[in-house]
Write a protein that binds this ligand. Structure first.
Ligand code: NAP
Length: 523
C-alpha cells in the first residue's frame, strides 16, 4: 500500500491536497509513498515556529537542549532496525549504507548532546557566549568592549539533499537545537520516507518542545519568500539549486543568513614516493574503492578525481579495476546468497544524470572499467543501476575539473608528481569539501597543505603510520567543520561549538566592565 507522507506542521499532520509526487524503491521501481504540500499555508508554518518554537527553545539552557538531543539520539537508536529498513527500501541502500546514514544521525545528535552538556556546565543558565576578552577602549580601564554571541530569535529552514535523509537532516537539527533555534526541515521529496518516519517518532515521543520542529514533505512553496532578518536557510544540494535559492529576493532584502553545502570535485593525490603495491598504495586504492561504492558513490564527499604520478597511472587503474570487479551490484534487499555489495542510485533522474555525466567525461577520457550504459543488475530487478566506472583523463581534459558525476565513478589524472602541481590540480575543482594527500614525504605533504588548503574545507594527510587508523575522508565528523569554498557552496557546518555561530549574532558591547562582568556571570 502506498503511504501518504503528511507534513508535520503547526503541531499537526497535514497530508496536503490532491495527488502527491511518488517515492520509489530504486531497486525495483515499486512506488512506496507519495507526498505533496499543496494547500499547506507556509505563512502559518513560519508563524507557528516563531510563536511557539522560538520562545520554547529560547527558554532552555544549553544543558537542557543537550538533554533533548540525547533523548532524540536514544529514540532513534531504539528504533534503529526499522529506520535501517526504510533507508534500504527508499534509498536503495545496502545495510552498511543505511547504517552510515542512520548511525550518522544518531552519532551526530549524541556528539552535540555531549558538547552541549559541556557548554551547559560552563555557562549554567546563561546562553550568551563571550568572544575573546575585554578590550580596553579609552584610558579608563573601566570602559571596555566585549564581543558577545547570542541566539538569533528566528527560524532555521533546512533544505536537504536526497542522499542522506537521516544524517543530513539531523546534523543540521542538532546544531540549530543546541543554539536554540526552531527548525522547519525539508527533505528531498524522492527519499523523504525515512525523515518522515523519524519525525513521526519524535512527534509521538512527547520530547519535542512546541513548535521546535516541523517537516515539509514535498515542495517548500513560498516559504523562502517569507523569511526575515533573524531567519536562516541551511541548504544542502546541487550548486544550481543552491545558487537559485540564495538569490531569492526576500533572502537578499532581509539579509537572511544562508549556508550552502553544494557540489564538490573532491580528490585524492598520490605522492611521488608511493610505490606500487606498498601499504600506502593499497590504502589509497581502498579509500577510492570505498568512496566509489559506499552509498553507490552518492556522497558529497566522495573522491571524484584521483591524481596519480604519470608513470604509475596504468598500474593504479588496473589495481582499482581488479578491486571493483568483486563489487556485486543489485537489489540490497535481495536474498543474502546473491551477495549484493552495491545498490542502485536513488532515482531514475539520478541514473540519467550519472550516465550523461560519464559520457561527457568520456569525451576527454578513456574507460578503464565499468560502463557508460545503464547496468543490468544481478538477480531479478529493474531499477536504477549503474556500474562502478573508472576513467583515465587524456592530457588537457577539463570536464573532470568542472563536472560532478554523483554516482559510483571517478577519473584518474596523470601528473608530474610535484606538490605544487598536485595543489594546483586540487584547486582546479574551484573549491571542494575534502581531499586526501597520500605520502610519507613530509615536505611534499606540507607543499600540498600550503598550496591547496585554502581551496578545501577539509584535507586528510594519509601517511604510513596512521594509514590503518585513519577514518575514511568521506566521513563527515561532528567535531570538524564540514563545507568548502567556491563551488562547494562557501558554507561551513558542524565543527563542534563553531557550528552554533551560524545561528548566533555577534554584538560588540561597549560598557563599564563591572556591568559586563555581571552580564557574563563573571562575578
Ligand atoms: P537538488 O536537486 O539541488 O535538491 C536539493 C534540495 O533542494 C531538495 O530538498 C529539493 O527538494 C530542494 N529544492 C529544489 N528546488 C527548491 C526550491 N525552489 N525551493 C526550496 N527547495 C528546493 O540536489 P539533490 O539532487 O537532492 O542532491 C544532490 C546534490 O547535493 C549533489 O550535487 C551533491 O554534491 C550535493 N550534496 C552536497 C552535500 C554537502 O554537504 N555539500 C551533501 C549532500 C549532497 P525536492 O526534492 O522536493 O525537489
Amino acid at each position: 500500500m502506498t503511504i501518504r507522507l503528511s507534513s508535520y506542521v503547526c503541531g499537526n499532520w497535514n497530508p496536503g491536497e490532491g495527488a502527491g509526487a511518488p517515492l520509489y524503491n530504486p531497486a525495483t521501481d515499486a512506488v512506496l509513498a507519495e507526498a505533496t504540500t499543496r494547500g499547506i499555508d507556509m505563512g502559518a508554518v513560519l508563524a507557528h515556529a516563531r510563536r511557539e518554537g522560538v520562545p520554547a527553545l529560547g527558554a532552555l539552557s544549553f544543558g537542557q537542549r543537550a538533554q533533548l538531543l540525547k533523548d532524540l539520539a536514544k529514540l532513534f537508536h531504539t528504533n534503529r532496525e526499522e529506520l535501517l529498513d526504510l533507508a534500504q527500501q527508499n534509498g536503495g541502500n545496502t545495510r552498511g549504507d543505511a547504517k552510515f546514514d542512520v548511525d550518522g544521525a544518531i552519532g551526530t545528535l549524541a556528539a552535540y548532546a555531549e558538547s552541549g552538556a559541556k557548554l551547559g556546565e560552563r555557562c549554567g543558565g546563561r546562553t550568551a557566549l563571550a568572544d575573546g576578552d575585554f578590550i580596553q577602549l579609552t584610558r579608563s580601564p573601566r570602559f571596555v568592549g566585549q564581543h558577545l554571541y547570542q541566539r538569533r530569535p528566528g527560524v532555521a529552514v533546512q533544505v536537504n539533499a536526497f542522499n542522506f535523509p537521516a544524517w543530513g537532516t539531523f546534523e543540521k537539527v542538532a546544531v540549530a537545537f543546541l543554539a536554540g533555534v526552531p527548525v522547519i526541515s525539508k527533505p528531498a521529496t524522492a527519499t523523504a520516507l525515512l525523515t518522515w518516519r523519524m519525525t513521526e517518532l519524535m512527534a509521538a515521543s512527547g520530547k519535542l518542545p512546541a513548535g521546535a520542529f516541523q517537516l515539509i514533505c514535498g515542495s517548500a512553496g513560498d516559504l523562502l519568500d517569507r523569511l526575515g532578518p533573524m531567519d536562516h536557510l541551511a541548504f544542502t544540494g546541487s550548486a544550481a539549486t543552491g545558487n537559485m535559492l540564495r538569490g531569492g529576493a526576500a533572502l537578499l532584502r532581509n539579509s537572511v543568513r544562508v549556508n550552502v553545502e553544494a557540489d564538490s570535485l573532491n580528490a585524492l593525490a598520490l605522492g611521488p614516493d608511493v610505490e606500487e603495491g606498498s601499504d600506502l598504495w593499497q590504502a589509497a586504492l581502498r579509500t577510492v574503492q570505498t568512496d566509489m561504492t559506499q552509498k553507490t558513490g552518492q556522497k558529497c564527499t566522495a573522491i571524484r578525481r584521483v591524481l596519480v604520478p604519470a608513470d604509475r597511472i596504468g598500474a593504479f587503474g588496473e589495481a582499482l579495476a581488479d578491486r571493483l570487479a568483486s563489487v556485486k551490484v543489485g537489489d540490497p534487499l535481495a536474498p543474502a546468497e546473491q551477495g549484493v555489495t552495491m545498490g542502485p542510485v536513488a532515482t531514475k533522474a539520478q541514473q540519467r544524470d550519472v550516465l550523461a555525466g560519464l559520457r561527457k567525461l568520456a569525451e576527454e577520457a578513456d574507460l578503464i572499467c565499468g560502463s557508460l550504459e545503464a547496468l543490468e543488475p544481478c538477480g531479478a530487478g529493474v531499477g536504477c543501476f549503474v556500474a562502478p566506472t573508472v576513467l583515465a583523463a587524456r592530457a588537457g581534459a577539463q570536464a573532470v575539473h568542472d563536472l560532478e558525476v554523483f554516482g559510483p565513478a571517478c577519473t584518474l589524472i596523470g601528473y608530474g608528481g610535484g606538490a605544487a602541481e598536485a595543489a594546483e590540480l586540487l584547486g582546479r575543482g574551484q573549491g571542494s569539501l575534502v581531499s586526501t594527500a597520500v605520502s610519507d614525504d613530509r615536505g611534499w605533504l606540507e607543499g600540498v597543505v600550503t598550496g591547496a588548503g585554502p581551496w578545501l574545507g577539509r584535507l586528510q594527510l594519509l601517511s604510513s603510520k596512521i594509514a590503518d587508523q585513519a577514518l575514511a575522508p568521506g566521513m563527515v565528523l561532528p567535531s570538524l567543520v564540514h563545507g568548502g569554498p567556491g563551488r562547494a557552496g562557501g558554507g561551513e557546518e558542524l565543527g563542534g561549538e563553531r557550528g552554533l555561530l551560524f545561528y548566533m549574532q555577534r554584538t560588540a558591547i561597549q560598557a563599564d566592565q563591572v556591568v559586563l562582568k555581571k552580564i557574563l556571570g563573571m562575578e
